[in-house]
Design a protein around this ligand. Structure first.
Ligand SMILES: [Fe+2]
Length: 369
């Protein structure tokens, strides 16, 4: 993150600080404490967080496209996928990140990947799930388990955990896309595995999409036919779905990316959606303890998140802090956001807390599916 212009707040500076001197246990012999520490034991009462009302008054992290552009240009000239595996600049939360361990949120990382005309990014696979959302440029392809997925602005391409994937670019101009990955989750769980290419498997020839009508599910999926998985969601279809989506009482339209065979998330632990905010409507305040990363696809607007109020425009990226009342509104014509959330992780663990409205008090438990 560029601290000079693109961040709405420094999370680290907003933590409730704890006077560590007060945490020391008066009267405990220093020699005893040394014995405990030598044995690998740590007094709980000296913890900075246990039994303390630590409140992370987190603020929004916001990267404006106009600030990102010159930094992206430097990545184009200074590094090549030949020597860095992937040319990616990660959005880094200063509170969560450590040297060599940039993190965008507690469970998800986000970044910008750049590919120049004629470049390729060699195949590899990993247990970390990833999604790509194209911001600028066209003419690139991501090959996922043998399926070639075209990449044009607004297109979403999935590279689920375990799938071989590589990128190539035959277009004329550089292509830039948003990367979203659940790397921090897998690293915390100890399940982050990586395997470099070359691709070690044979894949069945990819079929053209069998999902030609929205209310009809071809039986071929029940037969487990390989090569029919959807890895690409063209923006044209998403835009049409948003146009037809009902205006919700909460003041927006939303479509969710799903696996058409199941109706569920195409990547189980990632919630992927597109939202539209129509003119003169402010969305109902919403808060959740899940993490949400937003990419501005079209238009401009304003978000109010706790004490933060900020304007955004096309290709900006912002990360909403958990547990803060948030509303959005378009400025001028309608505006559209692509959103990536780890809500499903919280839901499956039974710890999801979210609400609409301005109810005071603790977060209610969500019953939503
Ligand atoms: Fe990858």
């Amino acid at each position: 993150m560029s601290t000079s212009a693109t961040c709405c707040g420094d999370r680290a500076s907003n933590l409730v600080t704890i006077d560590m001197d007060e945490q020391k246990t008066a009267g405990v012999d220093a020699g005893v404490e040394s014995e405990w520490r030598a044995a690998g034991l740590s007094p709980l009462w000296e913890s900075a967080v246990s039994h303390k009302a630590v409140v992370d008054q987190a603020k929004v992290l916001h990267w404006r496209w106009r600030d990102l552009e010159p930094l992206i240009s430097k990545a184009m000239t200074h590094v090549s996928p030949e020597n860095v595996e992937r040319r990616v600049l990660l959005f880094s939360d200063p509170y969560l990140s450590a040297p060599g361990r940039a993190m965008s949120s507690r469970t998800m990382n986000a970044g910008l990947q750049i590919l120049m005309s004629g470049e390729v990014a060699r195949p590899h696979r990993h247990t970390i799930d990833a999604i790509r959302f194209v911001l600028q440029g066209r003419g690139a392809q991501t090959i996922v388990n043998g399926q070639s997925c075209e990449m044009a602005p607004g297109d979403l391409v999935l590279t689920p955990g375990g799938c071989w994937h590589e990128h190539s670019h035959t277009g004329d101009e550089p292509i830039i896309w948003f990367d979203g990955l659940n790397g921090p989750l897998h690293r915390f769980l100890g399940t982050a595995l990586f395997e470099p290419g070359p691709v070690s498997e044979q894949f069945a020839p990819a079929c053209s999409s069998p999902y030609v009508e929205p209310a009809l599910r071809p039986d071929v999926i029940d037969g487990g036919a390989e090569g029919c998985t959807i890895f690409r969601y063209p923006w044209q279809q998403v835009a049409a779905a948003l146009d037809a989506a009902p205006q919700l009482l909460q003041g927006f339209r939303r479509v969710r990316y799903v696996d058409p065979a199941t109706g569920h998330n195409p990547i189980p632990l990632m919630d992927l959606s597109a939202m539209q905010f129509d003119p003169r409507l402010r969305s109902t305040p919403h808060r959740t303890n899940a993490n949400t990363i937003c990419v501005v696809v079209e238009g401009a607007g304003e978000t109010s998140c706790g004490e933060n109020v900020f304007s955004w425009s096309a290709k900006d990226v912002f990360i909403l802090p958990p547990n803060v009342w948030t509303t959005h509104r378009a400025e001028g014509a309608h505006a559209r956001l692509f959103m990536l959330s780890d809500r499903e992780i919280y839901r499956r663990l039974g710890v999801l807390q979210e609400a609409y409205g301005n109810q005071p008090g603790p977060l209610p438990q969500s019953n939503a599916i």
